[in-house]
Design a protein around this ligand. Structure first.
Ligand SMILES: *Cc1c(COP(=O)(O)O)cnc(C)c1O
Length: 495
C-alpha cells in the first residue's frame, strides 16, 4: 500500500511513493497536503462474514494489515493485541462488557411496517482518558515505540491542548521508550478534572507545561518553535495531531465493529452519526464505506460551530475566524476549520490533487470555497455528496441539555455533551429499517458541569477516578516566551 498527498503534483507523486511506516511519525506531506492511500483496499462479503466473530484486537489486525503492508504481520498482530484489551478499555459501565472494547447499547427500537428501526450508542470512550481519542492514540503509542526502537531513534512530541487530545496523547505515550511528550496547556483554564488527569501523571517522559495565557498563546508557541526548522530537527520534534494517518486508520476499525455488532448479515445497512469537529472521526467512517462496508448514511453532527454542517447543507466551505469560534458546552468540537476535511474533498473531486490544492489554497487566501454549482462557485461537486452518504445537522446548548435529560429519563443513561449533539442530530436522519449508530465520544464524567446543569446531579465517575483531583500534580508553570520554551525543551531532550 502506497500513500500519496492530496496536493501532489504528477512529478512529486511519482518521485516519492510513501509507505505506512514513512508517514507514521510525520504530519502534513511536504507539499502541505494530507496523506491518503493510493487506493482503498476493498473488503469482500466473505471477509466481512469471517470478521463477524473476531475479537476487537483481531479485527483491528485484519484492517491494519491492509494499510500497513510494510510492517510484518506478526508485529501488527502483537501491537493490536497489546492495545485493544479489556484492561486498557476498562471503564465500561453497567450493561457493557469491557471485552467488547466498543460495546453497543440500544436506546430505542421502533417497528414500522414490520421493519425495526433502532437507535444504538457505540461507546468509544471507555479508554484511559474517557474520550474516543484513546481508540486511536493508544495504538499510536505502541506503533511509535515499535517504529522508534526499530530505527534506534527517538521522538519528542510537542503540542498544545485545551483538554482531550493532550491527555489522550500523554496516556498513550507514558512510559514508552524513545518518546517524550511536552504538552502545553493554558494555566488554570482546563476543568479541574482535565487538569488532574494530565498533571497527575508522574512518568519521567511526560512534561506538562502550564502556560500563563490562553489556548491561542499555547498554539502560537508550538508554531513558533516548529517554525525553527533547525531546532525542530536537532531535537527531533514531532506532533500527534488529528491529521496523522495512523490515527485515522485505527478509527476505521470501530466502524466495522459497530456494523458487525449491529447486524446479522451483510445485506443489512446501518447509518452512523458522528459528533464532529476536525472531521477526523467521521473521515474514518468515509474510508470504511469506501472499503465496502454497507453504510447507508454518515451523519455529521456539529455544535454551534457549524462549519461542516454549513458545507453539507449548502456546498459552501467557509472557515471561521477565532472571534467567530464559540466556546460551547461540547468544547472538543469548537473548531474554526476542520483539519481532516481535505481528505474527503480529495475524493469528492475525483482524487484530482491539483484541484484539491487550488481549493485549499483558496481557503488560505479567501477563507473558503464553494462547490454548490452556483454562478460564482468554484465547482459543482456538491451534487455528488449524497453518493458518499453524507448528511448533517447541528445542535445547540439548549438541545444538549434537553437531550441529556431525555436520555436520562427514558433510558437511565447519562450521556456526555458531545454525544448529546450526536443523538439530537441522529433523530433527524432516521430511516425505517436502518439501524442508526451514534458514536459516544466521551463519558459524562468528563463534562460534569453541564451534566449538573441538565440533571441537577453529578455524573457518575468510573472506578479509580473518584479522588483524581487530590492526587499529587507534576507540572511547570511558564511564561509564553519562545526562547524560554526552547531552553526548557533542550534541557530535557538531552540532544
Ligand atoms: C475530538 C472530539 C470530538 C471531535 O472529533 P473529530 O475527529 O475532531 O471530528 C468529538 N467529541 C469528543 C469528546 C472529542 O474529544
Amino acid at each position: 500500500m502506497q500513500y500519496v498527498s492530496t496536493r501532489a503534483t504528477r512529478a512529486s507523486a511519482s518521485r516519492n511513493p510513501e509507505t505506512f511506516s514513512s508517514i507514521l511519525l510525520g504530519g502534513l506531506a511536504p507539499d502541505g497536503g494530507l496523506f491518503m492511500p493510493a487506493e482503498y483496499p476493498r473488503v469482500s462479503g466473505e471477509e466481512l462474514n469471517a470478521w463477524r466473530k473476531l475479537p476487537y484486537a483481531e479485527l483491528a489486525y485484519e484492517i491494519l494489515r491492509k494499510f500497513a503492508t510494510d510492517i510484518p504481520e506478526a508485529d501488527i498482530k502483537a501491537l493490536t493485541a497489546k492495545t485493544y484489551t479489556a484492561d486498557v478499555y476498562r471503564n465500561a459501565r453497567a450493561g457493557e462488557s469491557a471485552a467488547d472494547i466498543t460495546p453497543l447499547r440500544t436506546l430505542e427500537e421502533e417497528g414500522s411496517q414490520g421493519v425495526g428501526t433502532k437507535l444504538v450508542l457505540q461507546a468509544l470512550s471507555n479508554g484511559p482518558t474517557l474520550a474516543f481519542k484513546d481508540m486511536a492514540m493508544q495504538l499510536l503509542g505502541n506503533l511509535f515505540e515499535y517504529a522508534l526502537a526499530k530505527n534506534e531513534d527517538e521522538l519528542n512530541i510537542f503540542g498544545a491542548t485545551s483538554g482531550d487530545t493532550g491527555s489522550a496523547a500523554e496516556y498513550a505515550m507514558r512510559g514508552k521508550r524513545g518518546v517524550r511528550v511536552f504538552m502545553l496547556s493554558p494555566a488554570g483554564k482546563m476543568s479541574p478534572f482535565q487538569t488532574a488527569q494530565m498533571f497527575s501523571l508522574q512518568d519521567p517522559n511526560i512534561f506538562n507545561i502550564a502556560v500563563e495565557g490562553v489556548f491561542d498563546d499555547c498554539q502560537d508557541l508550538v508554531k513558533a518553535v516548529s517554525n525553527d526548522l533547525s531546532f525542530k530537527a536537532r531535537h527531533k520534534i514531532g506532533t500527534v495531531n488529528s491529521i496523522n494517518w495512523a490515527r485515522v486508520v485505527a478509527q476505521v476499525v470501530y466502524y466495522f465493529r459497530g456494523y458487525l455488532a449491529a447486524t446479522t448479515d451483510n445485506s443489512q445497512k446501518v447509518s452512523f452519526t458522528v459528533p464532529s469537529g476536525n472531521f477526523g472521526n467521521i473521515c474514518a467512517g468515509h474510508i470504511a464505506r469506501m472499503m465496502g462496508l454497507p453504510i447507508d448514511k454518515l451523519v455529521v453532527a456539529t455544535n454551534e460551530n457549524d462549519v461542516l454542517d454549513e458545507f453539507f447543507r449548502t456546498g459552501v466551505y467557509r472557515v471561521r475566524k477565532s472571534s467567530e469560534t464559540y466556546h460551547t458546552s461540547s468544547p472538543s468540537m469548537d473548531i474554526s476549520k476542520a483539519s481532516n476535511f481535505e481528505r474527503f474533498i480529495y475524493d469528492l473531486v475525483g482524487r484530482d490533487s491539483e484541484r484539491t490544492h487550488a481549493l485549499f489554497r483558496k481557503v488560505e487566501t479567501h477563507g473558503g470555497f464553494d462547490l454548490s454549482g452556483g454562478p460564482d462557485a468554484d465547482g459543482d461537486e456538491f451534487k455528488r455528496v449524497g453518493e458518499y452518504g453524507f448528511v448533517s445537522g447541528k445542535s445547540t446548548h439548549a438541545d444538549r441539555l434537553e437531550t441529556i435529560r431525555m436520555v436520562a429519563d427514558d433510558y437511565g443513561i447519562v450521556i456526555d455533551t458531545h454525544t448529546a449533539d450526536g443523538i439530537k442530530v441522529a433523530r433527524e436522519h432516521m430511516t425505517p429499517g436502518v439501524t442508526m449508530i451514534v458514536l459516544e465520544t466521551a463519558l459524562a464524567a468528563k463534562f460534569n458541569e453541564t451534566i449538573l446543569d441538565a440533571l441537577g446531579t453529578d455524573a457518575e465517575r468510573p472506578a479509580g477516578f473518584e479522588d483524581i483531583e487530590s492526587l499529587p500534580q507534576k507540572f511547570v508553570l511558564m511564561r509564553p516566551n519562545v526562547d524560554e520554551m526552547k531552553t526548557f525543551i533542550a534541557a530535557h531532550t538531552g540532544l
